[in-house]
Every structure is written in structure tokens, then in C-alpha cells.
Design a protein around this ligand. Sequence first.
Ligand code: ASP
Length: 409
Amino acid sequence: MEKKQRFSLAIQIFIALALGILVGILLQGKGDFTKAYIQPIGTIYINLLKFMVVPIVLFSIIDGTISLGDIRRVGSIGWKTFVYYMATTAIAVVIGIVFATLFKGFFPLLQTAGLKYEAKSANFMEVIVAMFPKNILEPLLKADMLPLILMALLIGVGILLSGEDGKRVGKGVKSIYTVVMKMMEIIIRLTPIGVFCLMTNVIAINGATIVSSLGIVLGVAYLGYFTHIVIVYGLSVHLFAKISLMKFLRGMMPAMTTAFTTSSSNATLPLTIQCSNDLGADPSVSSFVLPLGATINMDGTAIYMGVNCLFIAACYGVNLTIPQLISVVLTAVLASIGTAGVSGAGMIMLAMVLTSVNLPVEGIALIAGIDRLFDMGRTTLNITGDATAALAVSQWDRAAKAKKAKKAN
Ligand code: ASP
């Protein structure tokens, strides 16, 4: 019964997406209308998802840490996850750079004189310092993900190390987490409505721009996104989760469509958790790996940075050297860690990558108008990558446990 309902939700979301595109095309040029009357309903849906993010991240990470049972397991899973995330992100930037290099000759060379772009804070050390919470309420109130994750980890580890008292608190956390997941299920049922409204507005506003001059740059980014899914995720789910890419993508559909329309990994987190668990991820692993991934693992954002760095360089008539390209890879990996899982964050962090190779950050203004269209694809990739990690790490963890049990016998 349960399965059948899920399946129909996925189909409903897909129909909503298609209808949204259709209605968006019909409403081309009526962006004012869609913005005033259709987008707000989508915003309500996003708000409801965002409303769940803090309790989900907080309780899933505390619960995930406690469920891992001992500190060594937290450490071992933490390291595996981190290495997986960084390696796939580095491959993603390289894919972005390779495609941008191949298609560079087709990029429109837009006028750069008179561009203005106000770069927001994109200093790496500031990002690191901001990770550490200085007050217990601030991360909760501001939904600041990295400090929130660190706080939750610390609480989880504290509970694990506190013996009987810790066990009692842990039981309470588990019960609260169950309630939070139920609330999340209720909101997830509204996804088709949210997806329809968000999609209609995006297409009504941006539809015409897609075919204009920046279409080719957008196309290159999407080619990169697609390649990364087929090669990296295809291999990962085949090798580690032992399922086919098709099965994986089918299972991930509700989360991927939500990411595509909301452009926010954080807002999509509830669905990413649900889909990954349905696909066989160990809930104690995924409740630890996925909130972390929504915050630090951004493969789509990395591809976007690679492509746009080369595009902006081309517009300024700059040819990046190999050492500069290596610097792009390294900074893009770091920048993607610092990118918040919210709509538009990747564009702000692009400033950091441009600065690393002395390109003017004003170049961002060239793509700012259609950033949302890049963002939809990169967010979809971001959360899909997180799910492959949840499946892979679950599998490694199961194998490690089986080995340990064998040794014990
Ligand atoms: N919107 C993306 C996300 O939430 C981040 C970005 O802007 O690249 O994953």
C-alpha cells in the first residue's frame, strides 16, 4: 500500500512539472501575473519545506550520531563521507572545465565594459570561522547550516559519551525525530502543487531568455550535469549500491524534481532522505550523511563554476593557463563546501573562484540574469550526489560490520 502511494506521488510530481512548463509557455510575457498570483503559492510550499529544515537537520544528525552507536563509527563514516564528497566534487569541476574548453569557440563574447556586480562575502577563512557557532540559538534562528550541523554533532557525541543519562536523552531525541519525519511526510504530499506553481513562474519569466545568447553556456552546463550523472553517479550506484542507474533515478525522481523547482538542497532535504532510504540507504547513515551533503557537497555547483569561470574568462579575452585551471579546481571544491544549500548561493561563491585566478567578479553580472536556470540543474545534481553517497556509505558500513561479525565468530 505504502509503495503504491509513493509511486503515484512521483507520477503526480512529474505531471505537475510538465503542466508547469506548458502553462509557463502559454503565459510567456505575463511574468507580472505569474509572479503576483502563481509564484506565491510556490513560495508557501518552499516556506513549509524550509520550516522543516532546522528540526530535520538538528534531530536527524543527533539521532544519526546516536544510532551509529560509538564514536569510532561516527569518525569512520564521517571520513568516508567527506572523502567521497570531495572526490566527486573535484571530478565535477574538471567535467565543467573540459566541456567549457571544448565548446569555448561557440560562447557568445558578451560586452564587459560598464558591468557592475557587488561581490558579497566570499573569503574562505571567513567561511571557516562562521562554521563554529558562538551561541546555541543563532544557528537555529538563522537556519545556518554548517554551525547547526556542528552543534548537532557535538550534542550527539555528548549523548553517546554520557552513559545512562545520555541514553535517556537519546530516547527522547528518537521520539522527537519520529514526529518530525511524520510532519515532513504531510508537507511532502503538497509537492505536486508547489512544483507546478514554481515551474510555471520560472518558464513564464525566463522562457524567452533560454533561446537568447546565453543558451549555449547554459547548454554546456547542462551537458556537464548530465555527463556527471551518467558517468560518476552511474558508476557509483552500480559499484557500491549494486543497483542500475535507471532504478536509482526512478527512485530519486520526487527529490530531483523538487530540487529542480525549488533550487534549494536544504528545502529538498526531507525528500532526499525519504528517497534514499526507500532505495536502500541505512537510515542511521543517511540521517548523518544527507544533511551534511546538503550543506557541503555540491557537484552541480562545481560544474557551474568550472563552466562559468571559463565563459567569463573568454568574455574578458583571458586564456587560463594549466596552473590557473588547477587553481580553479581547488577553489571551486572549497567554494562549493562554503556554498549554502539555498537558491542562488552558488553564484555568490563564484566570486571566490574568479578572484583566485584574478578574473573580475563583475563578470558574474553576465550570467546573473539567468542564474536561476543554472541553479535548477545544479541543485538537482547536488542532492542526487548526496544520495549516491548515502547509498555507497551504507554499503561500505554494512560490509565493515559483516567483516567485524565474521572476525568475532
Ligand atoms: N542552490 C544550490 C543548492 O541549494 C546552491 C547553489 O546555488 O549552487 O544546492
